[in-house]
Structure formats: C-alpha cells, structure tokens
Design a protein around this ligand. Structure first.
Ligand SMILES: Nc1ncnc2c1ncn2[C@@H]1O[C@H](COP(=O)(O)OP(=O)(O)OP(=O)(O)O)[C@@H](O)[C@H]1O
Ligand SMILES: [Mg+2]
Length: 321
C-alpha cells in the first residue's frame, strides 16, 4: 500500500508556506483508487482494446497525474486545475474515438468534469455557411459539451488559410476562449491525421499552447488486426474456424495495401460482410440441421468470397469488401 503522508518537519509547513490543513492525515492511495473506480476503467481499456501500448501508457500516466493532483488538492497543495485539453493523432480506425470515450469516463470519475459525456463534432457542427451563423452554432455545441468532453474530429478543417475570411476562424476564437476560461468544466480533444494536425498547430499557436497532452495512435499490425477481429467476433458470439483465421490474415494483408484502409474500422466492416455471407450460406442449406456451432462459425469461404481475392490489382475503392 502506498501512503502519501506529510514528510515535512514540524516547522516545514511554516517555512515553505504550505497550508497546514490535513498535513498530519496520511492518505491511502489504494483507497483513493478504489473510491474513484479508476482502476476499473483502466482494466477495461486493457482488456477491450488490443495493442495501443503507448496510448494505454499515456492514459495511465494521465490518470496517475490527475489522481495525485486530486490528493494534493485535499492537502491544499495544488494551485490550479491542470490543463487537460488533448490532441489524438492517428490514421482512421486506430481507436481515437473509442479512447476519447474512455478518457471522458476517467475524467469524470476523477472529478475533472461533472458528467463524463462526450460530444463528438466536426467542422460542419461548429461553422455556419453564412455570416452570423458560426458563433451561435459553436456556442450551442459548447453548451451541450459543458461538463464533459468536446471531441472535434478532423479539427484542422476549422482552419482554411486559402479563404481569407473563413468562418472557421471565428469558431476557433470562441473555442480558444472557452478552453482557457472554462477548463475546469470542459475538456476539448482534437483528433485527426498527425501531419495535418501538426500543420494546424503551427498556424494556430493559440490552440497549440492550450493543448497539454498529445497522444499518437499507431497503425495496427496484421496480427493486431486479427486479434481485434477475434475480439469483435467473440463479443457477438461468433468465431473464426482455423481456416477462416488464415483467410482473414490474407484478407487483411491485401486490404492494408489498398487506399481508404481504415485499420480496425475496416476489420469491423469486413466482419459485417462476412456475417452476411455466413447467413446466406446457412440460408441456402435450409434442408440441413444447424448446430449452435454452425450459427457461430465464420468459415474461410465467408471471407474468400470477397472481391479483394478476385482483383489482383485492387481498385481504389473504399467500399471494397
Ligand atoms: N485496439 C482496438 N481493439 C479493439 N477494437 C478496436 C481497437 N481500436 C479500434 N477498435 C474498434 O474499431 C472501430 C473504430 O475505432 P474508432 O472509431 O475508435 O477509431 P477512430 O480512430 O476514431 O477512427 P476514425 O478516424 O475513422 O474516426 C470501433 O468499433 C472500435 O471499437
Ligand atoms: Mg473517430
């Protein structure tokens, strides 16, 4: 058990100016962890998300920082709420939205936001088409997100340097103000491709300076994508046969080389189509008796029927399956 207790000498507090309240009361860190139920969320993150080791480590570190900050507050040691606005960068389907949802839960459990809900938006939700429309739109979104997390996907579309007076700028200015003045009640997460986000930050230093945590989401390896597929299937009481597992690895290696490949999202879409084919396969065999195993199993043919295996040079098409 780790205990945080006052290690200052009797005159330590006086000489450092640290407030006296509670300095003799040891704090039980385990108890604080239990009370916040933060461990549950972290364990769930570990269990339900494959790979993402650097992301998980950063989330743990952030949770530890916040927990310690909370303990310090109890001892009157903290001066101000830490800045919690974040940027999540990575390719499509790498888990940014999913992790943002978990982050909202963590922030809520640690008392950094009142409700822990997440409002996910893009430029169109924030920026109007006509003069005078942007401010009310942005403010409406902020109002909805207040007390929780505002997740702005592809945040860089807010900034269009080619348009001299783009309404996006107006939205950015309102956001900047709220990010500064309401940071004890609203956490903003900006998400998108890394290179575009870097460019966005270099042309918007105000935004950069308000973001304290940058978390990068790496692409998944084929093995991780297989593990994600198996997890997704298990959650829906399906599974691959041994041959299907091999076919899936083959499928995913081909799919990865195509444009519009979207990591775990492509896996989810591929599985949706495989289930459709499985259902069709079972349906045409109406005269056969089906076992529970039949209903649960994705066979190799459910995957091999994909267009991907018929097109040696894959077409550039996002709907390939
Ligand atoms: N590491 C993972 N383990 C298991 N499932 C995952 C993992 N990463 C993502 N997923 C699943 O893949 C899908 C896509 O993930 P998510 O929407 O979080 O990605 P994203 O980075 O926000 O994508 P986009 O850029 O397309 O918005 C979700 O259904 C999510 O549950
Ligand atoms: Mg997303």
């Amino acid at each position: 058990m780790i205990e945080v207790s006052d290690k200052l000498g009797t005159d330590g507090a006086a000489s450092t100016g640290i407030a006296d309240s509670g300095r003799d009361v040891p704090i039980d860190l385990q108890e604080e962890l239990r009370a916040s139920q933060i461990q549950e969320v972290l364990d769930k993150l570990d269990r339900e998300l494959i790979g993402l080791q650097p992301v998980k480590t950063r989330i743990r570190e952030t949770a530890a920082l916040l927990l310690v900050d909370r303990l310090r507050k109890k001892l009157d040691l903290s001066a101000e709420t830490p800045t919690l606005h974040m940027s999540f960068t990575g390719n499509p389907g790498t888990g940014k939205t999913t992790v943002a949802l978990r982050m909202a839960e963590i922030l809520h459990r640690l008392g950094y936001v009142r409700s822990g809900h997440l409002v996910a938006v893009t430029r169109d939700d924030l920026v109007g088409q006509y003069i005078g429309h942007t401010a009310p739109k942005t403010k409406e979104v902020i109002k909805k997100a207040m007390g929780g997390v505002l997740f702005i996907d592809e945040a860089y579309y807010l900034y269009k340097p080619e348009n001299e007076r783009d309404y996006g700028q107006e939205s950015i200015e309102i956001l900047l103000q709220v990010m500064e003045n309401n940071r004890d009640d609203l956490v903003v997460i900006l998400a998108g491709y890394k290179d575009r986000m870097d460019r966005f930050f270099s042309s918007n230093p105000g935004m950069r300076s308000r973001i304290a945590h940058h978390i990068d989401f790496p692409d998944y390896t084929p093995e991780e994508l297989l593990a994600i597929a198996k997890l997704m299937l298990a959650q829906q009481h399906y599974g691959f046969s041994a041959k299907a597992e091999e076919a899936f690895i083959d499928y995913i290696r081909r799919r990865m080389r195509m444009v519009h490949f979207a990591n775990a999202r492509s896996v989810r879409n591929a599985l949706d189509r495989a289930r459709l084919r499985q259902a069709n396969r079972l349906f045409v065999a109406v005269d056969q008796k089906l076992t529970k195993g039949d209903l649960m199993t994705i066979e190799a043919e459910d995957l091999l029927a994909s267009r991907i295996f018929r097109e040696p040079v894959p077409k550039i098409d996002s709907s390939c399956g």
